[in-house]
Design a protein around this ligand. Structure first.
Ligand SMILES: Nc1ncnc2c1ncn2[C@@H]1O[C@H](COP(=O)(O)OP(=O)(O)O)[C@@H](O)[C@H]1O
Ligand SMILES: [Mg+2]
Length: 248
């Protein structure tokens, strides 16, 4: 369980990206963070592993403590996987080698200069299998489609054996068919492994179809937080209206 308490993020230029947000994220829950561009989705996600430091407030992780403690932060990051819109893979390396990067957190810097043990190779192959890409293990990722590359990125994150997943617009650059395939796969894996996930999206239809819980964000504030069946059209309209008012 991750507990955000009164989190505010103010950037150096004075922009308040997150305005006093409190929320609890439970293990095994697939939460979608929905909101228009500029709502604060990336800032909020990045606060959860301190890639962006909150200007005020606390992030507490059950069993570990507060992230402001460097030891806690290191342990938390080892167990928190991140998936980005741009998968940041090494294009000329094989899918397998890219996925193995997810295992590096479990080895010392010196050890990781040498080929990783068989167990790591097995975990990496199993992760590729779970995203349906075992047959592409030895293919350089530059030869894969955008959707396949994103699946390699997901497999790399899974190889880290995370307890919690942060995904920032993981399907933003993909066509609707690939987006659905990836989200349903990701959700299934999270359910099977009891991984808690916070996934930012800007597509309402995808959020309604795949989320256990949807948090609507506008101008750095949570404007609704409920299960998809309880969300009303009015709330969605407000979320997008407010943002366009601020942007003009
Ligand atoms: N590094 C930064 N410096 C200053 N302002 C930023 C920075 N990153 C984001 N912002 C601003 O913070 C707000 C929220 O941005 P962001 O978290 O990226 O939203 P989203 O991911 O929902 O598009 C926006 O107004 C954005 O312009
Ligand atoms: Mg963003």
């Amino acid at each position: 369980m991750i507990h955000l308490q009164d989190i505010t993020v103010t950037y150096k230029d004075g922009t308040v990206a997150i305005n006093n947000i409190s929320a609890v994220f439970k293990s095994g829950e697939f939460t979608v963070l929905l909101g228009p561009s500029g709502a604060g989705k990336s800032s909020l996600l990045r606060c959860i592993n301190f890639l962006t430091l909150p200007s005020s407030g606390q992030v507490k992780v059950e069993g570990l403590g507060e992230l402001s403690n460097p030891k806690t932060l290191r342990k938390h990051r080892q167990k928190t996987g991140m998936i980005f819109q741009q998968h940041q893979l090494i294009p000329r390396q094989t899918a397998l080698k890219n996925v193995l990067i997810g295992r590096l957190a479990y080895h010392s810097t010196l050890r990781s200069l040498f080929p990783l043990p068989k167990l790591d190779q097995c975990i990496a192959l199993e992760c590729l299998d779970r995203v349906g890409l075992l047959n592409k293990a030895l293919t350089p990722v530059k030869q894969l489609s955008g959707g396949q590359q994103q699946r390699v990125g997901i497999a790399r994150t899974l190889a880290q054996k995370p307890q919690f997943l942060l995904a920032d617009e993981p399907v933003a650059s993909l066509d609707p068919g690939s987006s659905r395939k990836i989200l349903s796969n990701l959700r299934k894996i999270c359910q099977e492994d009891g991984i808690g996930a916070l996934v930012s999206l800007h597509q309402v239809d995808l959020a309604l179809d795949y989320a256990d819980r949807i948090i609507g964000l506008a101008n750095g504030t949570i404007i609704f937080d409920s299960c998809p069946s309880e969300i009303q059209k009015q709330q969605l309209e407000t979320m997008y209206q407010n943002s366009s008012l601020i942007q003009t």
